[in-house]
Structures are given as structure tokens and as C-alpha cells.
Ligand binder design. Structure first.
Ligand SMILES: Cc1cc2nc3c(=O)[nH]c(=O)nc-3n(C[C@H](O)[C@H](O)[C@H](O)COP(=O)(O)OP(=O)(O)OC[C@H]3O[C@@H](n4cnc5c(N)ncnc54)[C@H](O)[C@@H]3O)c2cc1C
Ligand SMILES: *[C@@H]1O[C@H](CO)[C@@H](O)[C@H](O)[C@H]1NC(C)=O
Ligand SMILES: *[C@@H]1O[C@H](CO)[C@@H](O)[C@H](O)[C@H]1NC(C)=O
Length: 460
């Protein structure tokens, strides 16, 4: 294990800190504005269109297509929901999201497969999977689920090493026990996102704007163009084919903002906050390697090692280098984890996206990955590993800092000098939506619309 020489700093950049984009009064108003068309932003917009057929929902995405960032650079695993603390949002939204995801995939023929997964343990790691199993037994159905009878929400089973080798013959003899999780699966995330885009654009009220970047956001005060009673946020966008760096600019009054901008999440909020209250963001790179070669005969389940646990059982920063399959049966290993160091001058627009330079896969971590994989699949050879792709985790805490839940933060224009009172014109920011964000996205949307939005008083 490589030790961190010095703690990695978080990036606390702010959007528009150069002042390049001057304030402009809004020209049009929308009811809902969603920033970001990753799985989470799309899921929120889809639910808004469905739940509010008379309110406009506008999605703004800086890339030319949906899901170009983290949503297309992950394991595409539908997680069962065993890993996180029982009372966390991650557990609640993963359990609920998993069921919503399978339902949607079945209903709309979205390619997916409930493969199940094995968490494999050597002798000294048995307590870890035994604890996971106990936790699974105690798990409760989350809100909104319609569990019929008393079926367990996490039907896991502890099996012996031999039983696990009966399922996956090439597992190491050192594996002495495993936890079988039948609810885990894989999904084609692109088809899934297309289904959400389809719902949004087919609805009367939904609108998707690609190659359009939010460049500035201000609390709405009042202006000649809009009625006095309006509450919300003035959102400035720039549209162009070069990732939104063109010159066509729009200024929109958004009565409610949903900020699902993923890795760039905090920068918009930071633009409103004094430096000492800015939210730092840590970026943790995860690399995948494809594999062709011996040692994986007939593999048909996902295989996870026991994660390296930090100060407590929930503190791990990643689930360990695991084996995943795609829907064509192709095997890949990953993701590993490497915290990135941001550039020292933060407040420039290119530096905000410094992490994009780290998206190019390379072979620097293959050797370490091979060592990790050999622990449970001993016949896997280094020669068969090829760098495949890289994803970046949006982290709110640095390496070793312990468990961090999803964060949903609500701000109101009046707190930043805008009009209205607390409760009016909300902006809901989604922070730290790392894994299991894909699995959870439909439940995140449900939670935001059913629980968070109804607790506010969106301006009419
Ligand atoms: C290595 C790795 C493996 C993972 N594996 C899994 C897994 O197996 N299962 C699982 O459930 N989850 C997994 N996850 C987590 C999952 O991928 C994320 O939680 C999920 O994709 C987050 O979606 P999002 O919509 O919040 O963010 P994103 O997909 O990052 O979307 C945010 C969007 O906002 C846009 N945007 C940003 N700023 C602006 C702006 N100013 N104006 C306009 N648009 C903007 C971006 O272009 C982007 O498209 C993994 C994550 C990583 C990194
Ligand atoms: C790997 O599995 C195949 C059967 O799927 C078996 O024939 C082979 O012997 C196994 N290799 C090892 C080293 O166990
Ligand atoms: C968007 O969400 C991020 C967290 O992902 C937050 O830091 C940022 O300030 C939010 N943007 C706005 C406009 O609030």
C-alpha cells in the first residue's frame, strides 16, 4: 500500500470568481431548473415532469450529451444496499432505489441482469462478512416501499469457501467463506439514461438543453421584467457547441433550482459563500482494467473482496478492486482509488475542471490491481489486464476521514440578499453523490420531490 505523503487538500473553487460573467436581469422564468444531466439530474427532472404536469422543468447540461461525466464512468452495478450505516440516506435511498431501478428496467426493457454477487473472505476477514450478514438481517424496508409479507429487504446468505467455489470454480483456496447477495445486478446505464431523457422530452413540460453551461447564479431580487411576487434564482447560461463555451447566453429566473452538477457541485454554491464557508471538494480517481486471460472460467457473478476498513467499519473510501461483468459478459476489474491533488491556484475556470486531465486511463495502477485481484482469483495474469476507463468520485471528505453520507442542502434567496422568506424559492443542492448514486437515483428523485420539496414553499 502506498502511503499518502501529505494530506490532499480539497478544492474550494467558486464559479465565476474571475467575474467574467456580469449580472443580467432574467428574460424568462421557469418553475424548475435542474443543473446537470447525469443520472441524478435526469431522474429528478423525470419525476418533476411526472409529478407537476403544469409546471415547467428545464434541464441544463454543459456537454453535448447526457451522462458524459461520472454517470458513464462507473461499475454499472445495481447495489443491494448492505454497506452503509443502517440509518444513513445511502442505505435508505440505495434500498429503495434498487427496487425502483429493477422495476423500471423490467417495465421498459432496459438491459440489466440480476447477477448476484459474492463478497469473498479469507479466514481473518470472516468477521467482516458475518457482520454484514447480521446487518442485512436487521435491515428494514425503507419509506415508500410496498413490501408484501415479511420478505427480507436484504436476503443475504453466508456460505462456505467450497460453496463459493461451486459457484465460481476459479476462486482461491484461501477463500474460506463468502456472503451471497442475490439482489445485486448490473444495468446498461446509457439505456437507462435514454429512457429518462425520453420521458422528459415526451412530457409537455420538460425541456433538455445540452451544450449549455450554467456560468453564474444569483439570488433573485426584483426587476422590471418580472412580477414583484417572484422568488427564486437568476441563472445565467452559455450555449455553444464547444462544451458550452459559445456566446449565446440566456438569463433565466428559476423558481426552484435543483443542483445535480456532480463533480462541479460545490462551485456554484461557493460563488455565493464567503471564502471561509466555502465547501471543499475532493476528487478520488478510480481506474478500471479490462481482462482477458486465464483464471476467470465461467464467471457469472460479481466478486468483491472485503474492503480495507479505516478507523471504523464504514470508513472505507472504496469497496476494493472487484470483478464486474458487463451485459456482454466482458470482465473488468476496478476501481482502485487515488485522491487527486488540485492545482494551487483554484479560482480559474480551467482549474476548476482540473480533474478532467486525470480521465485518461494509464497502466500505472495495473500492477497493484493485479496483486489485489490475485488475492481471490489466483490464476489471473498481469498480461491480460488492459487500462480501460477512469471515473472520478465526488468526495466531501478527504482520505481516511470516515463515513460520509449523501448531503442534500437547501438554500433560499433571502439568505443571500434576495427576496422572499425562508421556504420560498428553494435551491436544493446535491453534494457528494458518489456510489451508490446510480442505484439510488430514482429514490433520490422521489425523496427530493416527496420529502424535501414539500417541506419548502416553492414560489408559485
Ligand atoms: C469509479 C466509480 C464507480 C462507481 N460505481 C457505481 C456503481 O457501481 N453503482 C452505483 O450505484 N454507483 C456507482 N458510482 C456512483 C455513480 O456513478 C454516481 O453517483 C452518479 O453517476 C452521479 O450522478 P450525478 O448525476 O450526480 O453526477 P454526474 O454524472 O457527474 O452528472 C453531473 C452533470 O452536471 C453537469 N454539469 C456540471 N456543472 C455544470 C454547469 N455549470 N452547467 C451545466 N451542467 C453542468 C456535468 O457535465 C454532468 O453531466 C460510481 C462512481 C465512480 C466514480
Ligand atoms: C477454473 O475453472 C474451470 C472450470 O470452470 C476449471 O476447469 C479449472 O480447473 C479452474 N482452474 C483452477 C485453477 O481452479
Ligand atoms: C450545487 O451543488 C453543489 C454540491 O454538489 C453545491 O456545492 C453548489 O453550491 C450547488 N450549486 C448551487 C447553485 O447551489
Amino acid at each position: 500500500m502506498k502511503l499518502m505523503k501529505q494530506p490532499v487538500r480539497g478544492l474550494a473553487a467558486a464559479l465565476n470568481s474571475s467575474g467574467k460573467f456580469k449580472f443580467k436581469a432574467p428574460e424568462v422564468a421557469v418553475d424548475h431548473l435542474v443543473i446537470g444531466a447525469g443520472v441524478v439530474g435526469l431522474a429528478i427532472a423525470q419525476r418533476l415532469c411526472e409529478s407537476f404536469p403544469s409546471k415547467s422543468t428545464y434541464v441544463v447540461e454543459r456537454h453535448a450529451r447526457a451522462g458524459e461525466e461520472t454517470s458513464s464512468r462507473n461499475s454499472e452495478v445495481i447495489h443491494s444496499g448492505i454497506y452503509y450505516p443502517a440509518d444513513s440516506l445511502k442505505t435508505r435511498l440505495c434500498l429503495r432505489g434498487r427496487d425502483l431501478m429493477y422495476q423500471r428496467c423490467r417495465a421498459l426493457d432496459i438491459p440489466h441482469r440480476k447477477t448476484g454477487k459474492l463478497v469473498v473472505a479469507k479466514d481473518n476477514q470472516r468477521p467482516y462478512i458475518e457482520n454484514l450478514h447480521l446487518k442485512a438481517l436487521r435491515s428494514q424496508w425503507p419509506p415508500y416501499s410496498n413490501a408484501i409479507d415479511d420478505s427480507p429487504v436484504l436476503p443475504t446468505r453466508l456460505i462456505s469457501g467450497d460453496e463459493s467455489r461451486a459457484m465460481e470454480p476459479n476462486l482461491s483456496q484461501d477463500i474460506s467463506a463468502a456472503l451471497w447477495c442475490p439482489e445485486t445486478g448490473i444495468v446498461d446505464s446509457h439505456s437507462f439514461m435514454e429512457s429518462l431523457e425520453h420521458d422528459i422530452s415526451e412530457s409537455e413540460v420538460g425541456n433538455l438543453a445540452y451544450a449549455t453551461r450554467v456560468v453564474r447564479l444569483d439570488p433573485y431580487r426584483s426587476s422590471k421584467q418580472m412580477s414583484e411576487a417572484e422568488r427564486g434564482w437568476v441563472v445565467q447560461t452559455v450555449t455553444g457547441n464547444d462544451e458550452g463555451s459559445g456566446t449565446e447566453s440566456d438569463t433565466i429566473l428559476a423558481r426552484t433550482v435543483f443542483n445535480a452538477s456532480g463533480l462541479s457541485g460545490p462551485f456554484i454554491l461557493n460563488s455565493l459563500l464567503p471564502p471561509e464557508r466555502r465547501i471543499p471538494m475532493y476528487h478520488a480517481r478510480g481506474s478500471y482494467a479490462s481482462y482477458q486471460g486465464p483464471g476467470i472460467s465461467g464467471i457469472s457473478h460479481l466478486i468483491y473482496p472485503c474492503p480495507d476498513t479505516g478507523p471504523n467499519a464504514h470508513a472505507f473510501a472504496s469497496l476494493g478492486t472487484h470483478l464486474t461483468l458487463d451485459l456482454n459478459g466482458k470482465v473488468k476489474f476496478g476501481p482502485d482509488i487515488e485522491f487527486l491533488s488540485p492545482p494551487s491556484s483554484e479560482d480559474s475556470e480551467e482549474n476548476m475542471d482540473y480533474w478532467t486531465r486525470h480521465l485518461i486511463p494509464d497502466d500505472s495502477s495495473l500492477e497493484k490491481m493485479h496483486l489485489a485481484v490475485k488475492q481471490y482469483l489466483p490464476e489471473v495474469v498481469a498480461d491480460g489486464l488492459r487500462p480501460d476507463y477512469v471515473g472520478i468520485r465526488p468526495k466531501l471528505v478527504p482520505a481516511g476521514a470516515g463515513f460520509q453520507d449523501f448531503v442534500f442542502r437547501i438554500d433560499y434567496p433571502c439568505q443571500f440578499g434576495g427576496g422572499g422568506t425562508v421556504g420560498e424559492g428553494p435551491m436544493i443542492s446535491l453534494l457528494g453523490i458518489e456510489s451508490p448514486g446510480l442505484t439510488s437515483c430514482l429514490a433520490i428523485a422521489e425523496y427530493i420531490v416527496n420529502d424535501l420539496l414539500s417541506s419548502t414553499n416553492p414560489a408559485q
